[in-house]
Design a protein around this ligand. Structure first.
Ligand code: ADP
Ligand code: MG
Length: 557
């Protein structure tokens, strides 16, 4: 047979992948199992949309077997299978996810459970195998095909015979060497452990023929070796398990299994509610923002399951914008399975779930803020801006939720502080929460206006984010203390209420001249008693500060 070259970028990606994408090579099994599970879900989807097809979940399973003599590991499924073209397209081009194309072809933006999104999972097989062979027969097809590759060199496709619809993948496992033990991937008991760790919750049974020493019937001390086909995964989704059965690692593994991100989650929340609407949820706060997080492209949402079956990949209804960074899923047995059309009717239920989730996320973040400040700062650096947008864009409840979660840099503490901490430290005679706006801390420190406030011994919050001052204007006050810019005319000092001072005639003449020269640039030139070491400063009248004006003038109309 003729060998076809992988597309050039595929070759490079394959190499990168084998060496770096996955930190542990055992995850190849997770990837192949989730592809098999996806393939069976695709059959399920067919049945939902095509009356001629019926789907009996109990008929579907994944089988794992090994052959130590030939050094092969085989994973087979009776899912939807692949045609010759699909083998070529899905396995011949890395990073061209067939699952993604499937979703597009079926015009379901958020269909159901298809784990694959990156289109690189299959190639993880090459981390442990020298040769990978795939025999597949697609649904509605009589002819099966055999795809075969020895790695970066390319692949070949030929006709094959296969009795049943589905896919069988055979890996020829690499020889072990001093550094690497590959024998574990030929040992069913060790493979069982890997399945348990990474794929336990897969909805379909994963079967293995396991050997066991058993007492011979009718005897008391004679043993015999019995081979028994066993289901090795519990099939109970992690979110249906009891929290006490699960470790942090289980949650972390699940985060990666679901491809929520390449980072590690900072924290997770596992919710199980047994009230009017019964549901379970697992929510994660990621460590880093996705590259497109602060852009239009980013789509928020949680996965939505109905009793273990994914019905929506991204349900935006479940998260408010200000918590859009949260990843995870919700499973409710009280939602009907029939997808989009009926979705609307569940709106009210989803709203209730959302409300409760918001409460849980807020609690979790508060807990982090109290108990692990460093972690919270990591979180805040990634997503704090989003929280501040939340304060800004809300006229109702968000402000209450969010005001205790936002941090600002403090002039006296020289670190990020909460508003509560600021208020706690306020001087007896201090009426306002003072802030100064600028591009950077260094710039703010040089602002002439900060001097007099600092001299009073008052703490100043530094606003360096465009959104900061806007957010604070919406918040209006914290704990009944109003916010005050150090540049405002009236700083509200008890002994010295305003910046007004009567200039001598001589001075006034100079000011008038200055005003004339700066016409159109400044509204007035005045004598100030606020300046100490600086000769001049800019200040604003009214509600819109100079910094805010800058931001506003940059916005499209
Ligand atoms: P992803 O799963 O992210 O799409 P993969 O590299 O894991 O990417 O798989 C590539 C594609 O190959 C899948 O999207 C799917 O279309 C196809 N595929 C892989 N394994 C199977 C399988 N067991 N049965 C049917 N199709 C499969
Ligand atoms: Mg995959």
């Amino acid at each position: 047979m003729t060998v076809k070259q992988f597309e050039a970028e595929s070759k490079r990606l394959l190499d990168m992948m084998i060496h770096s994408i996955y930190s542990k090579r055992e995850v190849f099994l997770r990837e192949l199992i989730s592809n098999a599970s996806d393939a069976m879900d695709k059959m399920y989807y067919r049945a939902l949309t095509d009356d001629k097809v019926t789907f009996n979940q109990s008929d579907y399973y994944i089988k794992i077997s090994t052959d130590k003599d030939n050094r092969t590991l085989t994973i087979s499924d009776n899912g939807i299978g692949m045609t010759k073209e699909e083998l070529e397209q899905n396995l011949g081009t890395i990073a061209k996810s067939g699952s993604l194309a499937f979703k597009k072809d079926n015009e379901i933006k958020d269909g159901f459970d298809i784990i694959g999104q990156f289109g690189v999972g299959f190639y993880a097989a090459f981390m442990v195998a020298d040769k990978v062979s795939v025999t597949s027969r697609a649904v509605d097809q009589d002819q099966a095909y055999h795809w075969y590759s020895e790695g970066a060199e390319g692949y070949a496709i030929e006709e094959a015979t296969k009795e049943t619809v589905g896919t069988t993948i055979t890996l020829t496992i690499k020889e072990s060497n001093e550094d690497d033990d590959f024998e574990q991937f030929l040992d069913l008991h060790q493979l069982q452990t890997i399945v348990k760790t990474y794929s336990d919750f897969i909805r379909y049974p994963i079967k293995m023929d396991l050997t066991e020493e058993k007492l011979k019937e009718g005897t008391e001390d004679e043993y015999e070796t019995i081979v028994e086909e066993k289901i090795v995964n519990s099939m109970v989704p992690i979110w249906k398990k009891n929290k006490t059965e699960l470790t942090d690692d289980d949650y972390k593994n699940f985060y990666h299994e679901k491809h929520y991100g390449f980072d590690n989650p900072l924290t997770h929340v596992h919710v199980s509610v047994d009230g009017n609407i019964r549901y379970q949820a697992i929510l994660y706060v990621p460590e880093t923002a996705p590259y497109n997080y602060y852009s239009q492209e980013f789509e928020k949402g949680l996965e939505l399951y109905s009793n273990g079956v994914l019905i929506k990949n991204k349900a935006p209804e479940l998260l408010p914008d200000y918590f859009s960074f949260v990843k995870g899923l919700v499973d409710s047995e009280d939602l009907s399975l029939n997808i989009s059309r009926e979705m609307l009717q569940h709106d009210r239920q989803l709203k209730l779930i959302e409300k409760n989730l918001v409460k849980k996320i807020k609690q979790e973040l508060k807990k982090m803020l109290m108990n692990d400040r460093e972690k919270y700062e990591t979180f805040f650096k990634a997503f704090g801006r989003q929280l501040k947008y939340g304060v800004y864009s809300d006229f109702g409840q968000n402000k209450e939720t969010l005001k205790d979660l936002i941090l600002f840099y403090s002039s006296t503490e020289e670190k990020l502080v909460t508003l509560a901490e600021y208020v706690e430290r306020m001087k007896d005679d201090q009426k306002y929460i003072y802030y100064a706006t600028g591009e950077s801390h260094a710039r703010i420190e040089r602002l002439p206006q900060t001097e007099i406030v600092r001299d009073k011994g008052y703490e100043i919050l530094y606003f360096t984010d465009d959104i900061d001052e806007f957010a604070i204007k919406m918040l209006m006050n914290y704990d009944d203390k109003e916010f005050k810019s150090v540049s405002s005319v009236d700083l509200g000092f008890e002994d010295d209420a305003t910046d007004e001072k009567v200039a001598s005639e001589e001075d006034q003449a100079i000011f008038d001249q200055m005003k004339e020269i700066l016409k159109g640039k400044v509204a007035d030139v005045r004598l100030s008693k606020r300046l100490k070491t600086h000769p001049v400063c800019l200040s604003n009248e009214g509600d819109i500060s100079i910094e805010m004006e800058k931001v506003l003038s940059m916005m499209p109309d």
